[in-house]
Each structure stands twice: as structure tokens, then as C-alpha cells.
Design a protein. Structure first.
Length: 79
């Protein structure tokens, strides 16, 4: 079976499906520095989405674009 190519629209649709759920985020910070944390997808906007880090009462809110996922700088796992 042929794998469908990732596009910004398909990535956005997957993020919309994960909204409100807890996910694992892996962020490539460059020079072999990878940060990972558990978060919940809070809001989905036309060009970005926001995630809130665990513990959720800490107020740490980060914003990522769909292009970050497309380029491989951000990976999301919903295990």
C-alpha cells in the first residue's frame, strides 16, 4: 500500500482530531538536543496550535506551527 504524503492540511486535520487529548511531544532543538514532555493540545488555529505542559496547573503554554511537524522538528505521539 502506498503511503500518503504529508501536507499541512492533513497534519492540521490530525491535530484537530487530537485536540483536548494528552500526547507526548518530541522537539528537536538542534545539535542533537531533543526535548520531550507530556502535554495536552489546547487550541487549534489556522497556522499554529497550542499545547499545555503537564502539570496543567503550571500555566506553561507553548505554540507550534504545522510546518514544524512537516519539517520533522516536532513529533507527536498519542500513546
Amino acid at each position: 500500500m502506498k503511503k500518503m504524503p504529508n501536507t499541512v492540511d492533513s497534519i492540521k486535520q490530525k491535530i484537530i482530531e487530537l485536540k483536548g487529548k494528552e500526547v507526548n511531544l518530541y522537539i528537536n532543538r538542534g545539535r542533537r538536543k531533543i526535548t520531550s514532555y507530556r502535554a495536552r493540545i489546547e487550541d487549534v488555529y489556522p497556522s499554529v496550535f497550542t499545547v499545555k505542559q503537564c502539570p496543567f496547573d503550571s500555566g506553561a503554554l507553548n505554540t507550534y506551527s504545522y510546518n514544524d511537524i512537516l519539517c520533522g522538528e516536532v513529533k507527536i505521539s498519542n500513546d
